[in-house]
Design a protein around this ligand. Structure first.
Ligand SMILES: [Zn+2]
Length: 91
């Protein structure tokens, strides 16, 4: 199995950053767990641990409900880094 290491080493970024609670308003944190089309990244690609993956998916769903993240992204609107377009609420 020679899987490409597209997303870097498989380690939980949230554990590394010592983030206990993932805030749905904190898009800087959420971006580590979603793809360029705002999909939640699967754990097998990101290496996020189970605890954080669950917290993350909850946070992303909440962020979508709060219109901080789009539910779907049009093919035409796929950009290299969608977070350039999102203004962080707090920095
Ligand atoms: Zn973790």
């Amino acid at each position: 199995m020679s899987e490409k290491r597209k997303y870097g080493k498989k380690r939980c970024k949230f554990c590394e950053m010592k983030i206990d609670h993932i805030d749905y308003k904190d898009l800087d944190v959420l971006k580590y767990g979603i793809s360029e089309r705002f999909k939640i990244m699967p754990r097998r690609l990101t290496g996020t641990c189970k605890k954080h993956q669950e917290a993350l998916s909850n946070a992303v769903k909440r962020a979508r409900a709060a219109a901080l993240l789009p539910y779907i992204v049009d093919r035409k609107h796929v950009v290299e880094n969608p977070f350039d377009k999102i203004k962080p609420l707090h920095s």
